[in-house]
Design a protein around this ligand. Sequence first.
Ligand code: NI
Length: 220
Amino acid sequence: MLAVGGVLDAHALEAIHEVLAGDAPFIDGGHSARGGARAVKHNEQLAPDSAPSLAIAGMIEQRLRAHPVVQAYARPRRFARIQVSRHRSGMGYGLHVDDARIEGVRTDLSFTCFLSAPEDYQGGALCVQEPGGERCVKLAAGDCLLYPASTLHRVEPVSEGERLVAVGWIASEVRDAGARAILYELDQALASLHDGVEREQVALTLHHIRGQLQRRWMDR
Ligand code: NI
């Protein structure tokens, strides 16, 4: 997983909150959940084809595509639905896994962009299961968490305040998550050459990449 800071700047956040300030058409989020997810999903979502939803989805997709770190990490080919989700007091989303295909788009990465400041609500952390255990995060408004769409994850119940996020899915140009990670690391190594990072550190990254490629390609 990767937390990317400042995907939405103050200007973009202001524009989004302005769209939401009117009587934005929030509906029960349970309708769009399928299978086991339906029983554990307690939130509200902006009606998917409504003008506010489309406007916000467009803004967020544009910002994500323009962000160099998102570009290097996710290599987006297509975005599936981007939806605004609202959790109010008592609402959460139990442990579930996202669909492998959403609106005809293969989901390689899921993302959550936080639209509320963390101090505006209690609870509401996004918890993602990783091989080493569960990681729970609550990011600043404008930051996005990207994580493999295959992971089990949940949203802790909100006990106070209101949690607004935009969630969505990305089909990557590089389907293989391991290969995507290696390309990301290579991009970082290349960028660090320009940033004047110590030679030893670049060498360490290159050794790390070589090790991964050797393990992929060597038969024994
Ligand atoms: Ni989910």
